[in-house]
Design a protein around this ligand. Structure first.
Ligand SMILES: C[S@@+](CC[C@H](N)C(=O)[O-])C[C@H]1O[C@@H](n2cnc3c(N)ncnc32)[C@H](O)[C@@H]1O
Length: 234
């Protein structure tokens, strides 16, 4: 959990800043190793169980990067993209361009998402902003909106949290960004913000949350420095 609500606001502020949002697409590929492959893998995992005309719930859809990747991968899928940041949703619309009519964009949190039932759901680079209880509640609410057996793909920051491991992996997080062309000062301030404001969990804790939320077949498919991804089934 963020140490307090103000701390979380600090961390989420860039998602409401038009200038920062306009540059959003530069960030994830520098901070998340294999970012475009993560989208490709997520689409493959969803498509194993979702039909060609699937209706897909995308929570934390701001920026529209995964919406665009999924829409291009699966021409028959349509999307409900939910995100609390209006500016990030406007950016999603711009990112989608001619694909925008296939995505309904809704400002809000999981409780503002339609009831579905959906054929598939994702939540990428988002659940680490939520404290454990809210993360669990959100996972429960995602599952409740899925058809029985439907796939869910989650990927977010999750790595060992013993003090020495935490320090080591956060350094690697920043070093990867610098190696990928990020400004070293920005990489360091990102590292410091993550360290100060996020309630990061270990992969074991995140997996337990998915199981506790009622998902079955929880299986890790992605591990890249401080990032992990799982497929799970409602
Ligand atoms: C790092 S961005 C990730 C956006 C997109 N999923 C991607 O991978 O590029 C995190 C997004 O989560 C959104 N967000 C923050 N708290 C959220 C919550 N409780 N539920 C849904 N989205 C949330 C933010 O507004 C922001 O757009």
């Amino acid at each position: 959990m963020p140490h307090d609500a103000a701390a979380l606001d600090t961390l989420l502020a860039p998602f409401s800043d038009p200038q920062a949002v306009a540059r959003y697409a530069e960030g994830p590929p520098r901070f998340v190793p294999g970012f475009s492959d993560l989208h490709r893998m997520a689409a493959v995992l969803l498509a194993e169980r979702a039909p060609g005309d699937a209706r897909v719930l995308v929570l934390g859809a701001g920026g529209g990067l995964e919406l665009k990747a999924f829409a291009e991968a699966q021409p028959g899928w349509t999307f409900d993209g939910v995100d609390p940041a209006a500016e990030m949703l406007r950016q999603a619309e711009r990112t989608l361009g001619p694909l925008a009519p296939r995505a309904r964009l809704l400002q809000g949190y999981i409780d503002d998402a339609p009831e579905g039932p959906y054929d598939a759901a994702t939540c990428l680079l988002t659940l680490h902003f939520l404290g454990r209880e809210e993360r669990l509640r959100t996972a429960v609410e995602i599952r409740r909106r899925l058809k029985p057996g439907a796939p869910f793909v989650a990927a977010h920051s999750s790595f060992p949290q013993t003090p020495d491991q935490r320090e080591r992996w956060l350094s690697r997080y920043a070093a990867f960004a610098v190696a990928s062309g990020a400004d070293p000062d920005k990489a360091e301030s990102a590292r410091a913000a993550v360290e100060a404001h996020l309630n990061l969990l270990s992969p074991e804790e995140d997996e337990a949350i998915l199981r506790e939320a009622g998902f079955s077949g929880v299986s890790p498919f992605y591990a890249a420095f401080t990032w992990r991804g799982w497929a799970a089934y409602a």
